[in-house]
Structure formats: structure tokens, C-alpha cells
Design a protein around this ligand. Structure first.
Ligand SMILES: [Zn+2]
Length: 114
């Protein structure tokens, strides 16, 4: 299961981050999941809640924010949302666009108490 392995690596990073910041318990975790990662927020929270029990994040609340897919066009310089996997510029029709958001999966914030 995709989400379980993601939850496990998240927990590892959370524990490392918490220790590095002198936290004794983690209260809140914010994760940003790009649309392209096809991570399901509910399923990720479910997995996280299952594995967090014995960890420093046992009482932490996991928030998953889905980041929509966004592109930018090197020809006309516009930024736009990419809908239905249409990989071309909505302003000038250029097909050589760059993806600037929506591919990432990152641990955005860890809150806790020392
Ligand atoms: Zn363009």
C-alpha cells in the first residue's frame, strides 16, 4: 500500500525533526501532497494514525493539504492551473511547459511541545 510506506517515512522525518528541535511530543503535522502524487488524504491519515501510536507523534494530528497541479510557460511567462492533464499553456498554447507545483510530497510543518 502506497500510503503506508509514505506514512512510515513521514513518521521517520517527524521524529528526526522533533528531536532536532528538542520537542518531547508532536501535536500537529502538516503535509503538502501534490495532485500528481495521487496520495489520498484520508488513507494517509488512517495509516499515520495506525503507526504513530508508539512514537513521539502519538497524539499528533495529521493535516494533509492537496496542492493542485500548476504549470508555467517559458514562452509567455504565465502561470496556470493544469486541469485534466492538459499539458499546454492556457494563454499561448505552447506545449513546452514547466510544472511548478503538484508533483511534490513534503512535510511542511511540525508543531510540538518541549
Ligand atoms: Zn504561454
Amino acid at each position: 500500500m502506497h500510503e503506508l510506506s509514505i506514512a512510515m517515512s513521514l513518521l521517520e522525518i517527524i521524529e528526526r525533526t522533533a528531536r532536532a528541535n528538542g520537542m518531547s511530543r508532536v501535536t500537529k503535522v502538516l503535509v503538502k501532497a501534490g495532485e500528481l502524487t495521487s496520495v489520498e488524504p484520508e488513507s494517509l491519515s488512517f495509516c499515520f494514525n495506525e503507526i504513530k501510536k508508539e512514537s513521539i507523534a502519538a497524539s499528533a494530528e495529521l493535516l494533509v493539504e492537496v496542492v493542485p497541479l500548476q504549470g508555467c510557460c517559458p514562452v509567455c511567462g504565465s502561470d496556470f492551473d493544469i486541469k485534466d492533464s492538459k499539458l499546454f499553456c492556457s494563454m499561448c498554447g505552447n506545449r513546452d511547459i514547466r510544472i511548478i507545483a503538484g508533483e511534490e510530497l513534503c512535510l511542511f510543518q511540525v508543531e510540538g511541545e518541549s
